[in-house]
Design a protein around this ligand. Structure first.
Ligand SMILES: Cc1cc2nc3c(=O)[nH]c(=O)nc-3n(C[C@H](O)[C@H](O)[C@H](O)COP(=O)(O)OP(=O)(O)OC[C@H]3O[C@@H](n4cnc5c(N)ncnc54)[C@H](O)[C@@H]3O)c2cc1C
Ligand SMILES: NC(=O)c1ccc[n+]([C@@H]2O[C@H](COP(=O)([O-])OP(=O)(O)OC[C@H]3O[C@@H](n4cnc5c(N)ncnc54)[C@H](O)[C@@H]3O)[C@@H](O)[C@H]2O)c1
Length: 498
């Protein structure tokens, strides 16, 4: 077996791994990147970018259908599945190409192909023929879709998101299991592109929302467009010829229906790729899912014989292994993978010295229409930190009659914002409405600046814009904090439709 000694070995050349490589390389000469699958990153190949390309085509079709509402006649809207998929693949290949181009900076000898696993705490075995001894190691192995055994009855008609982006044209029908982020984004997009879609959930959860009012509003809104049952009663999944047959009880009527679909899309969550790393040889403390315990500011893993961070003496160096991105399951999002990769790589390069990295406020955006967004810590975590639900004030506003949203015929949505009683400190919120990606950023930035609600209300608001809807929610929040007046005459106090 060939043997090699390096300063830093990074497992996984996805977004977290690439970011770790750049950070580690600032400190050390010999930094290798090991990739067991395709180069180009999940985000560019089968994740963020191709999914947004599919959604963009779907929204174009939907807006064309809606043009009549403005008095603009377009005639019947036709979706050319081959053209949709051709554009998607062309642009997707471009994004992958940019990633591959940027990787040319890395010396070819430091890009290693093969599946890596731990042989010992400092030893990685790559494939069957390479043994790497590394001073420090970064685990950046990403995640993959997981599904219950029951779906396997669908045979090769069981697909995951990756498979969609290889289609040459669109199928007639898809049954989507999982009304989470991927299920809603892909399900709504396919529906808008003319594919017959049903979305089935299990636990009642919907997208990224936790606030019951938001969940109820979003459920109603999605169901006005397509069939989504977040707590479906599915009795059987069978394969018949080239189709999947699903027997289920119809939502609201309870009627037993048997329907046939071309594909079953599993969007039932993702599991971290840590189960094939032989982590038992790494000497790390693992949680019940087999994921290493780690410090979220240094991304450093904990040795299995080690005390927790709080109890550890500053001088103890801790494990030489770091973990970043989807592999740790903390916040499986692209910007998080890059931030975590940078911190992990920086500390792997500095080791035994470590620095706490900057972790931004949690921010998540779901590219459905209306968009879903969440900003800040989860409500349950906030309640625990602040000492109870009565410490938190809520303010809300709908987009149902908001001026700019009405102008755009996108007047559906609700936002609920949270702040701390007494201090008036803004804490975060859940948003459902048109183009929430932008308002969610404003809120995340306000949260990073530790702004109070009244301070946010002192910021400029143009007219007529969607941000006036945000101002209404902030005014309601300020009134509920007993720090400002209740809204009495909306149009008198601001412009029409604020
Ligand atoms: C359909 C979809 C849409 C998404 N949309 C968005 C979005 O709009 N916005 C957003 O913020 N996030 C989105 N995400 C999430 C985002 O893509 C991920 O959070 C991000 O790509 C994770 O990066 P990573 O580096 O952790 O993992 P990856 O990019 O998956 O990299 C991990 C790499 O490790 C390799 N690997 C695994 N095990 C081994 C091993 N033992 N040896 C060697 N190599 C190994 C894998 O082959 C892989 O290349 C989406 C995800 C999906 C699936
Ligand atoms: N816009 C974005 O930022 C974006 C887009 C796509 C994916 N992602 C990332 O990828 C992650 C994974 O997405 P996901 O949608 O696979 O996971 P998810 O956790 O968001 O949703 C999984 C859903 O499947 C449901 N479910 C579980 N078992 C089921 C079963 N047997 N039958 C029916 N439903 C079942 C769950 O209740 C949940 O609603 C997300 O958490 C997100 O971090 C982000």
């Amino acid at each position: 077996m060939e043997a090699r000694e390096v300063d830093v070995a990074i497992i996984g050349a996805g977004s977290a791994g690439l970011s770790a490589w750049h950070a580690a390389h600032k400190h050390r000469e010999s930094v290798v990147l090991i990739e067991g699958g395709a180069f180009g990153t999940t985000c560019a190949r089968v994740g963020c970018m191709p999914s947004k390309l599919l959604i963009a085509a779907a929204d174009a079709a939907q807006h064309a259908r809606d043009a009549g509402g403005f008095g603009v006649r377009t005639g019947p809207v036709e979706v050319d599945g081959r053209a949709v998929m051709a554009r998607l693949k062309h642009e997707r290949d471009g994004f992958v190409g940019h990633v591959l181009e940027s990787m040319k900076r890395i010396d070819a000898a430091d890009l290693i192909t093969g599946h890596a696993r731990f042989g010992a705490p400092h030893i990685l075995i790559v494939g069957d023929s390479l043994r790497i001894e590394a001073r420090t190691i970064v685990i950046a192995t990403g995640s993959r879709t997981s599904w219950p055994k029951q779906f396997e009855a669908a045979g090769d008609r069981l697909i995951v998101n990756d498979d969609i982006f290889e289609w040459d044209t669109l199928p007639e029908s898809v049954v989507v299991f999982g009304p989470g982020i991927i299920g809603l984004e892909m399900g709504q997009a396919l529906h808008r592109l003319g594919v017959r879609v049903r979305i089935f959930g299990k636990s009642g959860s919907l997208g990224s929302f936790e606030d019951p009012a938001l969940k109820e509003y979003a459920d109603r809104t999605f169901n006005d467009e397509l069939y989504v049952d977040p707590a479906a009663e599915v009795e059987a999944i069978e394969r018949d010829g080239e189709q999947v047959v699903v027997t289920f009880l119809e939502r609201h009527t309870g009627k037993r229906l048997v329907e046939r679909f071309d594909y079953l899309l599993a969007a039932t969550g993702r599991r971290p790729n840590v189960d094939r790393l032989d982590l038992e040889n790494a000497g790390l403390a693992l949680d019940e899912d087999g994921v290493p315990f780690y410090n979220r500011f240094t991304m450093q893993c904990r040795n299995d014989n080690e005390r927790s961070d709080n109890e550890r003496n500053d001088k103890e160096s801790g494990s030489h292994v770091f973990i970043a991105g989807d592999a740790n399951q903390e916040l499986p999002l692209l910007h998080e993978a890059i931030t975590q990769g940078r911190i992990a790589g920086d500390n792997a390069g500095r080791y035994p010295e470590r620095r706490a990295g900057l972790r931004n406020t949690p921010l998540s955006i779901v590219f459905t229409e209306p968009q879903m967004a969440t900003v800040g810590l989860r409500r349950a975590v906030l309640e625990q930190r602040l000492g109870g639900c009565d410490r938190i004030a809520v303010g809300e506003a709908t987009f149902d009659n908001q001026g700019r949203a009405t102008v755009l015929r996108q007047n559906r949505g609700l936002m609920r914002l949270y702040a701390e009683h007494g201090s008036g400190q803004f804490l975060g919120g859940e948003l459902f409405g048109p183009q929430m990606e932008h308002i969610a950023h404003l809120l995340a930035w306000a949260l990073e600046q530790r702004m109070g609600v009244n301070q946010m209300l002192d910021m400029p608001f143009y007219h007529p814009v969607l941000e006036e809807g945000l101002r209404s929610a902030l005014r309601n929040l300020s009134a509920n904090l007993q720090q400002g007046p209740a809204i009495e005459e909306r149009c008198m106090e601001h412009g029409p439709g604020d």
